[in-house]
Design a protein around this ligand. Structure first.
Ligand code: SF4
Length: 886
């Protein structure tokens, strides 16, 4: 195959929405580069985006439809889906069926799924994993603005004097935008404040870190509102002309005030005062927030507590100022535009308003529209478990792992009479599917996505779907046609769907709704294909260029009286539990995405953290009898998970942090969702994924192991295992409750036997320690290290042997020792995933005189691509400096 032409598309990971240029190569690989013309990233990509080309293999793809675990033809599978949904609706009513979608779906996919459910089935039971991500922002926006509007743009972060990041580990979760912010700080001296209970890498990069008590954000910002009032910072003109409800909000804030904020946040008075003073004195202030705010039972109040301060000072909608919700997913915003949440109608129309429902009904020509909001995610899976929802279609997401109380979700799916899953790969959710439909993946799909700053970008296909995979919009339309709605779903292309979506946004709008892209309603196929990134709104007659748009500098809110609303945010003390005294906080890590269906495919991205972990404060660890690197069991009323203890002072006492990513596909007992509380915000329905009651216990472990193997074993014979891909094979962390009778036999089962095998091994007398390496010809087939304590070998160095073309003589013995000789470099744990640079190489560069992050970059390239590891490099430099000083 000749080198293909470059295709401009969009990264499928986070809400920054970076532009990507993908170029198929002669050897079948695809080269990936940042799109210099895209206004979200101007050519930059983070570690995940840069590695996209390594995630396109077909080894685990779903290639054919399956019915009850057996291959089926598309016609049979689609007929069955349509028939079972129609029969269920006929027998039990429209509310007995549901769709559960994903922020990975394109806007066009979302549009037709929403149209089918709300318009033609007549229920609103379509919700999405975006409910877990930013529903509280949506609810907070609607309460304050009358619409789900993000007022500002990314440029505002660059034009602000003060940027406050609340509950946002932006360095890892929105890396390219964070690099833009750091560059702006270099240029103009922006002050960065991070509000986060954890000392994250973002907090370490900040000028001020407010390590508040978990869930005390409302008190912090209510205290700020009170402070702004007391110090005369009210923008009287703005408040009087454009807002309502201040008295109630102020009264609520005053009740707690500074003392209340101090008590709830547990911050020292001077630090709290310094923050309030900083915020007061900075006209250009952006308060950006993400999951630490949204994923809370008080998430909507947190959002409104922040917005209140911006409305009070009139710092909204002007360059360099405003509240800013950073969405987690690539198309969370697009899903909101088309009504992909159970609580919305399409085009930001209100499902609770009969006139809006009628507008949509007549536009679609549907028999009716859902008359009330449907079930939000947590309630939806609860309803499935209770048998009220009897048929569910899950599209492009993995609720068996990502939902709170994930074991109960699995039970619900197991009991559900009919489960359809359309997806790209097998997941823990697909094992419950009666019908499995192979969907086209990122590289094969065409449509649009909208990023956190309301910018619509094209996602363009550059590969053909493999096997029988089809785009999601096509699958939904095929089912809709079989349910009797062929005329309304007779689309021939995503462009046709987009035009309809754009036309609906302008219907009877006249500036009464924020979301209006009717300037796009007449796009030809070729104009749609060529569409450059464009921010909404784009009203009739407006150009489709890249100019920034902002809202609310001059009021013009979308409430009935067009005034922005202050919302009182009472502060509720957090619940405490004696039996489960620890707060479990879950979230993302730098190089993984959601449930790892894509990011686990590339060794580059598994090298930073190859297994799940629990960040725990040293005193908590000591109290619980948990030693560093041992295994810890997290127990909650919902369930348990077992992960590695990472003892660190970055974690507050009384709380632990566990990544959300690991599933049964990559670990035994690593599904932290099983331990997460299903409590949700009463307004938004977003679950409080960052605050579950739990306790931590040491695991009884008789042996620990570490293995590298060329082939993934079908089963791993250990109570605990965590598996990650490496160059040339797999690495496995192991642990068990009882030692094997014969470690050599155990190793053979794990590693397998190649041709002409040669095995070297070592065992101490009581079999507590054991090492083995098996070679097939010149190459390593696998190695196993067993010890009574966590295995201390140089993992990166050992892993590197899997890809080595030949290992002979003394090198084989050295491998058995698990450590390189003095003449060999040991890269150490990988810090920079972009260039695979380990901590030891960085330390060596520092020892050689590299005293700054830039100098380290010059010496070993670390930190010179996406920049997400620069804080970790700084940490290594500081540690080396401290050591020298001592
Ligand atoms: Fe993708 Fe990274 Fe850009 Fe997010 S910051 S869109 S993950 S390249």
């Amino acid at each position: 195959m000749a080198t293909g032409s470059p295709t401009r598309t969009t990264c499928p990971y986070c809400g920054v929405g970076c532009g990507v240029v993908a170029t198929p190569q002669e050897d079948g690989t695809v080269s990936i580069a940042g799109d210099r013309r895209h206004p979200a990233n101007f050519g930059r990509l983070c570690s995940k985006g840069s590695a996209l080309g390594e995630t396109l293999s077909l080894d685990d793809r779903l290639l054919h439809p399956e019915v009850n675990g057996r291959r089926a033809g598309w016609d049979d599978a689609l007929d069955l889906v349509a028939r079972r949904f129609s029969e269920t609706i006929a027998a039990h009513g429209p509310d007995s069926v549901a769709f559960y979608g994903s922020g990975q779906l394109l806007t066009e996919d979302y549009y037709v799924a929403n149209k089918l459910m709300k318009g033609f089935i007549g229920a609103a039971n379509i919700d999405t994993n975006s409910r877990l991500c930013m529903a509280s922002s949506v609810a907070g926006h609607i309460r304050a603005f009358g619409s789900d509007t993000v007022p500002g743009t990314y440029e505002d972060l660059e034009e602000a004097d003060l940027v406050v990041l609340v509950g946002s580990n932006m360095t890892w979760c929105h890396p390219v935008l964070f690099q833009r912010l750091l560059a702006a700080r270099e240029r103009r001296g922006t002050t960065i404040v991070v509000v986060d209970p954890r000392r994250t890498v973002t907090a370490e990069a900040a000028d001020l870190h407010l390590a508040i008590a978990p869930n005390s954000d409302v008190a912090l910002f209510a205290g700020l509102l009170d402070h702004l009032d007391r110090t005369g910072l009210r923008d009287r003109d703005y408040v009087e002309r454009h807002t309502s409800g201040l008295d109630e909000a102020l009264a609520a804030a005053r009740r707690r005030g500074f003392p209340g904020a101090m008590e709830a946040t547990r911050l020292p008075a001077e630090q709290l005062r310094a923050f309030y003073t900083l915020w007061s004195r900075s006209e250009r202030v952006v308060t950006a927030y993400s999951q630490g705010v949204n994923q809370s039972v008080a998430g909507t109040d947190k959002v409104n507590a922040i917005i209140n301060c911006h409305l009070f000072t009139g710092r909204i909608g002007r360059p360099g100022m405003g509240p800013f919700s950073l969405t987690g997913q690539p198309n969370a915003m697009g899903g909101r535009e088309v009504g992909g949440l159970a609580t919305m109608l399409a085009a930001h129309l209100d499902i609770n308003r009969p006139d809006h429902r009628e507008l949509v009904r007549s536009f679609w020509g549907s028999p009716g529209t859902a008359a009330r909001p449907g079930l939000k995610a947590v309630d939806l899976f609860r309803a499935i478990g209770q048998g009220r929802v009897k048929a569910v279609w899950i599209m492009g997401t993995n609720p068996a792992d990502s939902m709170p109380d994930a074991d109960a979700v699995e039970d619900a799916l197991r009991a559900c009479p009919f489960v359809v899953v359309s997806d790209v790969t097998r997941t823990d959710t697909t094992r419950h599917a009666d019908v499995l439909l192979p969907a086209a993946a990122w590289a094969e799909k065409s449509g649009t996505v909208t990023n956190s700053e309301r910018r619509i970008s094209r996602q363009r296909a550059f590969l053909k779907p493999p096997g029988e995979a089809r785009p999601d919009w096509r699958i939904v339309c095929d089912v809709a046609a079989r349910m009797g709605f062929s005329e309304a779903f007779d689309y021939r292309s995503p462009a046709e769907i987009f035009r309809e979506h754009a036309a609906l946004s302008g219907l009877a709008n006249d500036g009464t709704r924020d979301f209006d892209i009717s300037a796009c309603a007449g796009l030809s196929e070729s104009a749609y294909d060529a569409l450059a990134p464009v921010q909404w709104p784009r009203r009739p007659g407006e150009g489709l260029d890249g100019t920034a748009t902002r809202f609310f500098a001059e009021g013009g809110f979308y409430t009935p009286d067009r005034r922005g609303r202050f919302v009182p945010t009472p502060v509720a003390p957090p619940e405490v539990s004696e039996e489960f005294p620890v707060i479990l906080n879950t979230g993302r890590i730098r190089d993984q995405w959601h449930t790892m269906t894509r990011t686990a495919k590339t060794p580059r991205l598994t090298s930073h953290y190859a297994e799940s972990f629990c960040e725990i404060h040293p005193e908590d660890a000591e109290d619980a009898g948990i030693a560093p690197a041992t295994l810890v069991r997290i127990v909650s009323p919902q369930g348990t998970a077992v992960v590695r203890a990472l003892v660190t002072e970055r974690q507050q006492k009384g709380s632990v942090f566990v990544p959300m990513h690991w599933t049964d596909q990559h670990a035994a007992q690593g599904r932290i969702g099983a331990a997460v509380l299903p409590a949700a915000d009463p307004v938004s329905g977003q679950p409080g994924l960052k605050f579950s009651h739990a306790r931590i216990e040491p695991c009884e472990v008789a042996w620990y192991g570490f293995a590298v193997v060329r082939n993934r074993p079908e089963t791993v014979p250990a109570e605990y295992w965590a598996l990650a891909r490496t160059d040339g094979g797999w690495r496995i962390e192991l642990a068990g409750a009882a030692r094997a009778q014969d470690w050599a036999t155990y190793a053979a089962a794990l590693i397998g036997r190649g041709e002409d095998p040669e095995t070297l091994s070592y065992s101490d007398q009581d079999r507590a320690s054991f090492r083995l390496a098996t070679f097939s010809g010149d190459r390593l087939l696998g190695a196993l290290f067993i010890a009574p304590q966590p295995v201390a070998v140089s993992r990166t160095w050992v892993v590197g042997h899997l890809a080595a073309p030949a290992i002979r003589g003394a090198e084989r013995l050295r491998l058995l020792s698990g450590r390189p000789g003095a003449d060999q470099p040991d890269p150490g744990p990988i810090v920079c995933a972009c260039f695979s640079v380990g901590a030891n190489r960085i330390a060596a560069a520092v020892a050689d005189g590299a005293a700054s992050v830039d100098a380290v970059g010059e010496a070993v390239r670390a930190g010179t691509n996406c920049g997400s590891c620069r804080v970790e490099i700084r940490r290594l430099i500081d540690a080396a400096t401290l050591k020298t000083a001592v």
